[in-house]
Design a protein around this ligand. Sequence first.
Ligand SMILES: Cc1cc2nc3c(=O)[nH]c(=O)nc-3n(C[C@H](O)[C@H](O)[C@H](O)COP(=O)(O)OP(=O)(O)OC[C@H]3O[C@@H](n4cnc5c(N)ncnc54)[C@H](O)[C@@H]3O)c2cc1C
Length: 387
Amino acid sequence: MPRPDVIVIGLGAVGSAAAWQLARRGLRVLGIDRWHPPHAMGSTHGETRITRTAIGEGEQFVPLVRRSDEIWAELEEVGGEPLGLRCGALIIGAEGGTTEMHGRPGFVAGTVAAACSFNVPHEVLTADECRRCFPAFHPSDSDLVYYEPGAGMLFPERCVAAQLQAARNAGADLRLGEQVLAQQPIPGGVRVTTDKGVYEAAEAVIAAGAWAPGFAPHALARATVTRQVLHWLQPDDPALFEAGRCPVYIWAHGATSDDSFYGFPLVPGAEANGVKVADEQFLHPLTDPDLVERDTTDDETAALLADHLDGRLSGLARTALRRATCLYTSTPDAGFILDRMPGADRVTLVSACSGHGFKHSAAVGEQVALMVHEGRRSVPDGFSPAA
Ligand SMILES: Cc1cc2nc3c(=O)[nH]c(=O)nc-3n(C[C@H](O)[C@H](O)[C@H](O)COP(=O)(O)OP(=O)(O)OC[C@H]3O[C@@H](n4cnc5c(N)ncnc54)[C@H](O)[C@@H]3O)c2cc1C
């Protein structure tokens, strides 16, 4: 390949989207990833991600998820394979929806407000209606229960694979199993050094997820990386957890973002895996994502049940069929950073989107491509600047 126009560092959810969106605009793209995405080392594995249109983290994200939905639909048409399933979402908040999720106080009340502002089809259910429609769920009368029938789940590994294939089809050169060690400005461009070679390009994009702060410690000083654990549990009555009968769900039941959990119905065709349930852990940020503890314990599943599920969600076994660890990279306001690197304006920085970014990642990649392709220097609407 002649000298690329742009090197994309990291080809996970955001980087695969950016590589494709850049290549389809006619740019010569070199994409580099340390592992072989889709893989289970970063933030984009575990088979499912929730997608919803009324975004309680902030109404600025609604146009972004709507654009992502268009892109997923385009990819599904090209690849002929479903990238998700619209099985509805229940979003439940204690104390009338005032509790916090992803750093947003009033997350569920904000979800209802976003649905009203953007005409997202939804219902606010009484606790009794919720219990009757979805018998495994036991909200209390003071909970705010939001139901969005058009929401559901995406299959992240398939989405990444589809975008990488689309990027290749559009001419991108993708080098997998190659680790970027450093990037530095040179006159008229950027030099990227890997464990296998040295490349130069007019521009670079850092989409390295949990590893992005390592490339830009000052610019991403506000981002913290935390270990998250996913648990797959066997339902006592699988019929109650079939997609269609059971929606995806988020339940913010206490004062802080640590007092919440979320989960999924059985995935059609993979019912033997059980249902995936998880909480969110923000208390112990990692100094280096490479040092994350990948092993998980039965005690962690016991804590998930005791702290979150007991009394709220019934009908699941008390031991996990399987667990996995995953990495969140979060900013204090759960916003998404997309900016030129301070002091190196041929480098575009994009953050890993604070535990709620997968549903937006296709459109985030498109915004990255627009910034690079059109030479934009300003932060796009709805995104946050680097520090
Ligand atoms: C447990 C969990 C549950 C989540 N649930 C949801 C949800 O339900 N809904 C939702 O919308 N979002 C959710 N998210 C958030 C969403 O999944 C992330 O925002 C998104 O996947 C982040 O993508 P990314 O591209 O930034 O990171 P990644 O996909 O991890 O990509 C980063 C890539 O950079 C590569 N890389 C790193 N260092 C280097 C290097 N030195 N050289 C080359 N390559 C490198 C890595 O190999 C990796 O492939 C969840 C996240 C987690 C962890």
